[in-house]
Design a protein around this ligand. Structure first.
Ligand SMILES: O=C(CO)COP(=O)(O)O
Length: 232
């Protein structure tokens, strides 16, 4: 069964917990669903979803377990709050938080140390795609995660497809996932992310080596999120 992870990004107040409850109500036997809310909602959501089979994840973490890092949250704290997954290397974090490959290696180690499942994001810009360098770019980003391939989930999210309504062609997604699978092997689940919605989910999720989806905007409404899950 496909793994469908919702990344709420910086969206969601306490009232959003109702939406998570609707996801739990609509979950079918065997569905593998994870919601990554903002960290303010993590503990309440983990408690609300306890026993439903819908899991909760975080969107980023600090590499240290604790210490003088004002405003930051450690992987251990996220685990303690009820998270079982943690996204790292999202293009918005690479861009806004200055995540370098070196830093991401430390974050990956932190996530594993805390006993969370890392969802490691990679993806090229439009410029790189148009210059024909997408696969080489992603392969270089994968160097950070290669050593832990069996313990990580990897999400291919082309930057130009995030929140734009645009997606690569099915052939381009399949070619990228084939290349990632060749690097990482059978033990790593590979997700596609970038403008996934109920209408395109069946096609994307049927592609070889696409084991699930990382969903942004369409994860905010339970109906859409479940529509994606049930398209697989
Ligand atoms: O960035 C994403 C998920 O991490 C994708 O976002 P959208 O589904 O809104 O394009």
């Amino acid at each position: 069964m496909a793994l469908i992870i919702g990344n709420w990004k910086m969206n969601g107040l306490r009232s959003g917990l109702d939406e998570a409850g609707k996801v739990a109500e609509g979950k079918r036997e065997g569905d593998r669903l994870v919601i990554c809310p903002p960290s303010t909602l993590l503990m309440a959501m983990a408690e609300a979803l306890d026993g439903t089979g819908v899991e909760v994840g975080a969107q980023d973490c600090h590499m240290s377990a604790s210490g003088a890092h004002t405003g930051r949250v450690s992987a251990e704290m996220l685990k303690d709050a009820g998270a079982t997954y943690c996204i790292i290397g999202h293009s918005e974090c690479r861009d806004e938080c200055g995540d370098t490959d070196g830093l991401l290696g430390e974050k990956l180690a932190a996530v594993l140390r805390a006993g969370l499942k890392p969802v490691f994001c990679v993806g090229e810009s439009l410029e790189t795609r148009e210059a024909g360098g997408a696969i080489d770019h992603v392969k270089r980003q994968l160097e950070v995660v290669e050593g832990e391939a069996g313990r990580a989930i990897v999400a291919y999210e082309p930057i130009w497809a995030i929140g734009t309504g645009k997606t690569p062609s099915a052939d381009d997604i399949a070619a990228m996932h084939e290349a990632m699978h060749a690097v990482l092997g059978d033990g790593t689940e590979l997700l596609y992310g970038g403008s996934v919605k109920p209408a395109n989910a069946a096609e994307i999720l049927s592609l070889p080596h696409v084991d699930g989806a990382l969903v942004g905007g369409a994860s905010l409404k339970a109906e859409d999120f479940l529509g994606i899950a049930h398209a697989s």
